[in-house]
Design a protein around this ligand. Sequence first.
Ligand SMILES: Nc1ncnc2c1ncn2[C@@H]1O[C@H](COP(=O)(O)OP(=O)(O)OP(=O)(O)O)[C@@H](O)[C@H]1O
Ligand SMILES: O=c1ccn([C@@H]2O[C@H](COP(=O)(O)O)[C@@H](O)[C@H]2O)c(=O)[nH]1
Ligand SMILES: [Mg+2]
Length: 232
Amino acid sequence: MRGGLVASARLLPRPLVRWFLQRRAQQDINENMSGGKKVKIIFVLGGPGSGKGTQCSNIVEHFGFIHLSAGELLRAEINSGSENGTMIDTIIKEGKIVPSEITIKLLQEAIIKGGNDKYIIDGFPRNEENRVVFESVTLVTYFQLLQINISPEFVLFFDCSEEEMERRLLGRNQGRSDDNIETIRKRLKVFVESSLPVIEYYESKGMVKKIDATKPAPEVFEDVKAIFTHMA
Ligand SMILES: Nc1ncnc2c1ncn2[C@@H]1O[C@H](COP(=O)(O)OP(=O)(O)OP(=O)(O)O)[C@@H](O)[C@H]1O
Ligand SMILES: O=c1ccn([C@@H]2O[C@H](COP(=O)(O)O)[C@@H](O)[C@H]2O)c(=O)[nH]1
Ligand SMILES: [Mg+2]
């Protein structure tokens, strides 16, 4: 049967075959991950300590999304004793960005395992390369490698002053190896230099919903709630 299909496909023009395979693969991704529904992805971005994790927990509780924190996935990878663990640990302590292929593999696995149709991805994409690679996921499917597009519904941006973020991180007290003043300063610099351009990119496409994150957490959630209530 498969041999017959391959033979028939060879008789068709290549662009047509490619288009057909790409459509089938995209349908398969959507169906495998969500029982036939289109998978919704929302990126939650903001500087270190802006309150992404805090608000994502609220979103999960009220709106039934699965929360994937790229930083948490990387910390779990370190703790699992994986061969990349030491390298990831060093990068996090330096406040730098882990290579895209590592983070994206962890995110893809978590999305497929999640089996849900709504995901909030917290703290990713961290730079332009993360964004471009994630939006063009490469899959081995049917006869060849295919590029499949996964783009977010919108980007939730927690806008917070550096002073406030630094104060919050120094008081977080969760035993994180990067919550020390040297690493915090490096993370703030990397945020401005590498992560803000990603937010600007999505802003230029009209996809950013900006929230004033300097306010107390319950007030921030009121603003978040308004956005998610409208999208439901
Ligand atoms: N609106 C807020 N006002 C005051 N403190 C807050 C607010 N939101 C979160 N916090 C506190 O600030 C600290 C950092 O919050 P959180 O972990 O949610 O930030 P984050 O953006 O996920 O940071 P990171 O990028 O480092 O993971 C936590 O101790 C949290 O309790
Ligand atoms: O996409 C990502 C996300 C995170 N990192 C690294 O992890 C730390 C901590 O991330 P949080 O989102 O603050 O939990 C971050 O400073 C990076 O070093 C990453 O490289 N790529
Ligand atoms: Mg966080």
